[in-house]
Design a protein around this ligand. Structure first.
Ligand code: GTP
Ligand code: MG
Length: 340
């Protein structure tokens, strides 16, 4: 065996440096894009620093991709829908990144693979980049890190970015700060859910697609459509230049997929015409800035040694009604600021 082979076999494994990762991403190297997303998801401080350097460099590359959120209850058919619409998007000569956020991944490690299997055809396409992402404990799986993954995908030049997220309420507000358009997927016959938690999700939806309207579901689907249309009319307007529609779809037969994509394309045209897209993105960035800042403050607060030292006794005093929650919080805040 020649010595250079031995040398290269023994060479320690090095993580690529920031320059290599950034130029890799910008040259469409999926492996580098994947590694960068892994870095931003990492909780290790040394990874965080590197991830932020990569992100800031990627931000400098201005691109304009269409950012679309696909949300709906577990099993509503999101992944299958993305697979069907993804094929259509690619057939129009566009490239596509899918960030599939898997809220159950911390319970069953197998479901990440499951999602890739559900988007089997797309996964095999060179025009598509599919990235299942762990939820890291966030409701619905969306976290501020999803935005960072979007930025990286944009730098890699993807025309369309789809974010799959489970609609459970609170997470929608966050996804609404990251994407331009939200498509809500609902199962036929789920109109009664409109009374409860789903209302919040309806408010941020830009269109509703009723899924799986194939086979014997078509009768129920027509009723659901009327119910959703009525519900949408009752909600406050999200964009003055946009009217929300309800579509009957089936990822199995392809029904309604073209119409939904057409609707999404019309949305972007309307937003561009009314110059609202850029304004909305600015607002989103501002809101994300403060979301991240609040999170940092919280983390700093609760890991502060003076706070930890006083926490239990203050909690007890509040529980035994010796002091009010207000003065308890104030005392803890004083313990926090005193240290500085
Ligand atoms: N009949 C029919 N079944 C469908 C359709 N779309 C999806 N399904 C089935 O519904 C089940 C759930 O589909 P998924 O696409 O995995 O749903 P999901 O919303 O991504 O699910 P989670 O990611 O687990 O929340 C699968 O068994 C699919 O085969 C459809 O258009 N028609
Ligand atoms: Mg899915």
């Amino acid at each position: 065996m020649n010595s250079s082979i031995i040398h290269s076999r023994l060479k320690p494994y090095h993580d690529p440096d920031v320059d290599t990762v950034v130029s890799g991403i910008m040259n469409g190297d999926r492996h580098m894009l994947s590694r960068a997303i892994t870095l931003i998801e990492s909780l290790k401080p040394e990874h965080e620093k590197k991830a932020h350097e990569i992100l800031d460099r990627c931000l400098a590359k201005k691109t304009s991709s269409l950012r679309i959120g696909i949300t709906g209850a577990p099993g509503a058919g999101k992944s299958t829908f993305i697979e069907a619409m993804g094929e259509l998007i690619i057939s129009q000569g566009l490239t596509l990144a899918v960030l599939a956020i898997d809220p159950s991944s911390h319970q069953s490690k197998g479901s990440i693979l499951g999602d890739k299997a559900r988007m089997e055809k797309l996964t095999a396409r060179k025009e598509a980049f599919i990235r299942p992402t762990a939820s890291s404990g966030y409701l619905g799986g969306t976290s501020p890190k999803t935005h960072e993954a979007i930025v990286l995908c944009e730098a890699a030049g993807y025309d369309v970015i789809l974010v799959e997220t489970v609609g459970v309420g609170q997470s929608e507000v966050l996804v609404d700060t990251m994407v331009d358009f939200i498509l809500l997927l609902m199962l036929p016959g789920s109109g009664d859910e409109l009374q409860g938690i789903k209302r919040g999700i309806m408010e941020i939806a830009d269109a509703v697609a009723i899924t799986k309207t194939d086979g014997d579901q078509s009768g129920i689907a027509a009723i659901s459509r009327a119910e959703f249309e009525a519900a949408l009319r009752m909600l406050p307007i999200k964009h003055p230049a946009w009217k929300r529609d309800v579509f009957l779809t089936s990822a199995l037969t392809g029904k309604g997929i073209t119409e939904v994509w057409q609707n999404i394309s019309e949305f972007f045209a309307a937003m561009q015409e009314s110059h609202t897209l850029e304004k909305r993105r600015q607002k989103q960035l501002k809101s994300l800035l403060y979301t991240v800042l609040e999170e940092m403050l919280k983390k700093e607060f609760f890991s502060n040694s003076s706070v930890i030292a006083t926490k239990e006794s203050i909690e007890q005093q509040v529980l035994s009604a010796e002091i009010s929650p207000f003065s308890g919080a104030k005392t803890m805040m004083e313990a926090f600021t005193r240290r500085r």
